[in-house]
Write a protein of this length. Structure first.
Length: 177
């Protein structure tokens, strides 16, 4: 690589990183899309709290921000050429948990977090956890689109999601509340 090209590339990378808020460039962000958050590309960094335990795996899923597509089967969305993306990571044994998922372009999306505690890759109502950017207590109802919406600009959108689990007759809620 010639020197001029290297200098230009370095300047471009520095300018890109400088435009991303410091909190968005978290160290130790997990997932196959972590490089997108580190580079300040259009992406979502989800800081997860309230995990019931450190079993299984964590997932982020990105959906179109429409009622008809929210939580729709991924095969149907992909077949229709609509936005769908999933990032999975083993649940870290300890420490803060941040996941990154890239988005195709700036815009509004719906985001779902799940904690697949039994590792069967199918949501188990009785043991798995879930969460959305709004952090509204889910209760016993199907989540609403408005609870999952997140706007992503030209950089990294940062959201804090508190995991919720089934808590008796009251439905889903955060552990410890």
């Amino acid at each position: 690589m010639n020197g001029m090209y290297r200098i230009a590339l370095g300047a471009a990378l520095t300018a890109t990183l400088a435009s991303v808020p410091a909190g968005a460039r978290a160290q130790g962000t997990l997932g196959s899309d972590a490089a997108a958050c580190a580079a300040g590309a259009p992406a979502i960094q989800a800081n997860i709290s309230g995990l019931k335990d450190r079993k299984g795996e964590l997932k982020l899923e990105l959906y179109p921000a429409t009622e008809e597509d929210f939580l729709k089967d991924d095969r149907d969305l992909i077949a229709a050429g609509k936005t769908f993306r999933r990032v999975r990571v083993p649940t870290p044994a300890s420490g803060a948990t941040s996941l990154c998922i890239r988005v195709p372009r700036p815009g509004r999306y719906a985001l779902l977090f799940t904690h697949d505690r039994d590792g069967k890759n199918k949501f188990n109502f009785w043991s798995d956890g879930a969460g959305f950017p709004s952090n509204v207590k889910l209760g016993r109802q199907r989540p609403k689109l408005k609870e999952a919406l997140i706007d992503v600009g030209n950089g990294v959108a940062v959201t804090n999601i508190r995991a919720q689990y089934l808590r008796g007759l009251g439905g889903f809620g955060p552990v410890g509340d």
